[in-house]
Design a protein around this ligand. Structure first.
Ligand code: ZN
Length: 63
């Protein structure tokens, strides 16, 4: 998940992947989830993370 976690997440679409990844973060890394929720959506770090996530998804082989 965008360099935050190495958990491999299988999904058919980017939206599903983000959704599953977020649920994993909530369960496995609650303090990380809290940090993310505290960040404003226009924070450059969030935008970078979203961009990285998109790139990671595009680079991932089809499941
Ligand atoms: Zn994890």
């Amino acid at each position: 998940m965008g360099g935050m976690c190495d958990e491999p997440i299988a999904a058919a679409t980017y939206e599903e992947w983000i959704d599953k990844g977020w649920k994993h973060i909530l369960q496995a890394h609650p303090e990380m989830a809290e940090n993310i929720q505290r960040m404003p959506k226009d924070d450059p770090k969030m935008q970078k993370w979203e961009e990285d996530s998109h790139n990671a998804w595009e680079a991932a082989p089809e499941v």
